[in-house]
Design a protein around this ligand. Structure first.
Ligand code: BG6
Length: 531
């Protein structure tokens, strides 16, 4: 990340690059990858000397693929819309190759097709292969590249990089296995394990905020911080078509906590790296994960809660239970919510609880990190809090620092001020930096990450040892929750999770921030007593 991207235009243009997308018929390709590549091309980051090749099993012409992708970019693309002028420039570099990943006899054909396209554009065969397939096809895709003789020898390693989507394994063992199998063909430096949260603008800003300013970092430790909360809440349930996968191999722990939430934890808790470069940053993140431990000793139920949403009426409208969603087993015990109390056993954080939670069908779509500071040692003033025109006495509130990752990206500091008047009364007030002040349309996470992978910058990708440490932390929960005796605790759709999640904090006199957000904000959810 040593390069600087100025807001006036790209400083580094990707030239002579072939992007191969395995899984070109899938949702990810249409919703995220092609719109991101179109935008990079449009903004001048991806030069005319590059090719994007969709690879999938179905027979399809280049033209059909281009038409499908034009529709996808029109529907899902950010900002600048597809026009008759902008699209053909990109479409000229967009191709489709039919290939059956499971049929190695077909591999030779894959190479020949790709080479033909490259020759036509004068490309030298520097490639980025993006595995946007179902997880069970990650390894076969790489084996297919190998069988096609498209994996370069060690001295030319840099000519092929492979981006692997999540989930990278289902647990520690399967993740280690996948890693081992990939490493038989590829070198670690060629493997880019993607976590799209790291591509979000506001997530990257956590490091800049912490290590680019002098005023907050001296307070970022056990002496001044009471606790830290990380919330990744979604108001939607299980999106159409995802039920089977989510129910069999997903769940809130594997799907979001193990990757996105733990990555946020690393950024908020890590030590400053000696240099702002990939290996230095990843070393510091790894140390956080290695020091991560359950917040309490004893069984998993002492420090982690699994929940599942039940049917409810949200603003008078009935919302299904998880069990009634499409392609969910009627007796499924899969968790759609997880809350964890953890600690980081190091000098900086000893004794500071970290509370993390994520869930589907919550009251709002919101991701934030809330840092709560300790109270002043002596409470000298009366605190007044106002709600509209109504003001009353309240408990003294601690200072908080809030990183709002999405939506309405912002950073907010809450502190106490004197309420105007003849008495010394405290009123909590906020100082807020709103991202919209930049008046820049924030780039999509996939734009940033694709560009980095093409440049060979692995800073925002997860290294294998980080992944291993993250799975290790999750392993006791995975094991406890796979027992036939375990049942997730139900919570009505549209609420902030099951009762036990609140009790995790209540037992120490703390409580979760219940942040606002989009969609069902302020909604009243009522349990329907079913599901
Ligand atoms: C994905 C999960 O990784 O992240 C989804 O598989 C989840 O279940 C999504 O909905 C959330 O991402 P975002 O960017 O919408 O917060």
């Amino acid at each position: 990340m040593s390069q600087v991207i100025s807001t006036s235009g790209p400083t580094l243009v990707i030239d002579d690059m072939t992007v191969l997308i395995f899984g070109a018929s899938g949702d990810l390709t249409a919703r995220k990858l092609i719109p991101a590549l179109f935008r990079l091309h449009h903004d001048g980051f991806l030069s005319e000397k590059s090719a994007v090749i969709g690879v999938a099993r179905r027979e399809k012409s280049h033209e059909t693929f281009r038409d499908e992708m034009r529709k996808a970019v029109t529907e899902f693309g950010r900002g600048k819309k597809v026009t008759d002028e902008s699209w053909p420039k990109f479409a000229n570099q967009l191709f489709y190759v039919q290939h059956d990943i499971n049929d190695n006899a077909d591999a030779e054909n894959l190479r020949l097709q790709v080479e033909k396209i490259e020759q036509g554009l004068g490309l030298s065969g520097r490639r980025l292969a993006y595995l946007a397939t179902a997880p069970e096809l990650f390894l076969p895709s790489v084996e297919s590249l190998h069988a096609a003789k498209m994996v370069p020898p060690a001295e030319e390693r840099d000519k092929l990089r492979v981006v692997v989507e999540k989930p990278f394994g289902q647990d520690l063992e399967s993740s280690l296995e996948l890693n081992k199998a990939l490493r038989r063909i590829l070198h670690e430096s060629q493997i880019y394990r993607i976590d799209h949260y790291l591509g979000k603008e506001t997530v990257q800003n956590i490091l800049l905020f912490r290590f680019g300013n002098a005023i907050f970092e001296p307070l970022f430790n056990r002496n001044h911080i009471d606790h830290i909360e990380i919330t990744t809440a979604e108001s939607q349930g299980i999106e159409g078509g995802r039920g089977g996968y989510y129910d069999q191999s997903g769940g809130a722990l594997r799907d979001v906590l193990q990757n996105h939430v733990l990555q946020l934890l690393c950024l908020i808790a890590m030590e400053p790296p000696a240099l702002f470069e990939a290996e230095y940053i990843r070393n510091e993140k790894l140390k956080v994960l290695q020091a991560l431990a359950p917040g309490r000793s004893g069984p998993v139920s002492e420090w982690a809660v699994a929940g599942q949403y039940a049917a409810a009426a949200i603003n008078g409208k009935r919302v299904k239970a998880y069990l009634d969603e499409d392609r969910i087993a009627p007796d499924s015990r899969r968790e759609t919510f997880v809350a964890v109390e953890a600690r980081i056993d190091n000098w900086r954080w000893a004794g500071v609880p970290f509370y993390m939670r994520t869930g589907k069908r919550m009251p709002a779509r919101v991701t934030e990190i809330a840092v709560t500071f300790k109270l002043p040692p002596l409470n000298l003033f009366t605190t007044i809090e106002c709600d509209g025109n109504l003001c009353g006495l309240a408990e003294t509130r601690p200072n908080t620092l809030l990183f709002r990752i999405q939506p309405k990206e912002s950073i907010r500091v809450s502190f106490s001020a004197k309420r105007p008047g003849m008495q010394y009364q405290v009123q909590p007030v906020d100082m807020e930096f709103d991202y919209s002040n930049f008046e820049i349309d924030l780039p999509e996470a996939y734009e940033r990450l694709l560009l980095d992978a093409m440049r060979g910058d692995s800073t925002l990708f997860t290294r294998s040892d980080e992944l291993e440490a993250a799975w290790k932390f999750c392993e006791p929960m995975l094991q406890a929750w796979s027992s036939p005796d375990h049942h997730p605790e139900l919570y009505p759709a549209g609420t902030w999770g099951p009762r036990s999640a609140h009790e995790l904090l209540q037992r120490t006199g703390r409580k979760w921030r219940n942040p606002g957000g989009t969609q069902v904000e302020g909604a009243k959810a009522a349990a329907l007593g079913e599901g």
